[in-house]
Design a binder for this molecule. Sequence first.
Ligand code: 13P
Length: 344
Amino acid sequence: MNEMLETVARGMVAPGKGILAADESTGTIKKRFDKIHVESTEDNRRDYREMLFRTTEAMKNCVSGVILYDETIRQKAKDGTPLVEIMKAAGSIPGIKVDTGAKALAGPISGIEKITEGLDGLRERLSEYHALGARFAKWRAVITIADGCPTWNCVKANAHALARYAALCQEADIVPIVEPEVLMDGEHSKHDIDECYRVTEWTLRTVFRELYDARVVLEGMVLKPNMVIAGQKCPKQASAAEVAEKTLRCLKSTVPSAVPGIAFLSGGQSDEAATEHLSLMNAIGKAPWALTFSYGRALQAAALQAWGGKPDNVAAAQQAFSHRAQMNGLAALGKWDAKLEKAA
Ligand code: 13P
């Protein structure tokens, strides 16, 4: 067992801390910037992310690690300091997204299902990222609920790719974040919480089977799953208590206790819902792994809105980011309360 991998994995899910997913690809960050009418230039992307990483108190107290995109891990702040050094000074571990995106999966159900690419040349890229300071990585697979989906072909192919990625990471002394995301934003009206449970359970069982076959050391990885939740278009939405209870039940039945931590994605939930669900799960307690966040949208949406690309708004945007980071830090301890949102 590589002790370094285990130490990093435990650090990523340290009590009261979670991960900031700031690894939007150039295409995705453009979509986010379009919404606030900011041009997606390299400098604007740098300024935005530098602003987040310089929110020192939030970074120090609530953020264990940051997932970066290829461009960002190489970028320097306005004053010439590498962004990686800024986050390290705040006590955060740098991480890197290494998949090259979810592409259409060929086959009978074409146009809906996706397979994540990026294995070719990954060994060499991981070695470069390690030299650039990355100590963990992320690979996101997406599973869609729709008529006839997911297919076994899609679940199996994505789980297999995740396992090959994870094994390559560990070989390179990099902790893999294994992210099989059952999407919540499908069109399917029958996509209720129980359908999400069924598909999430199937996906996680398949992923851990593939991780075993690839001899991935579970102590040296972090799982990043979706919560068990109804699809956004489903008329029958579940209560927060039901989401927490079913998510925990599903994870307990599929995720070995050797895994040090589970860091959820937010997946399109509102900021507060993502926080509340996490807090409720931690309040239930008795989980064998740490349960925390690895949010993108649910940590950044308020800050992006407050920033709007204007230097004058930096303090307000940092305040917004800090607030969400603190709320989620409390949720990771099961101590969040809706009243704290109002008080802020
Ligand atoms: P969201 O929290 O916005 O779903 O993003 C997390 C992430 O990193 C998806 O890969």
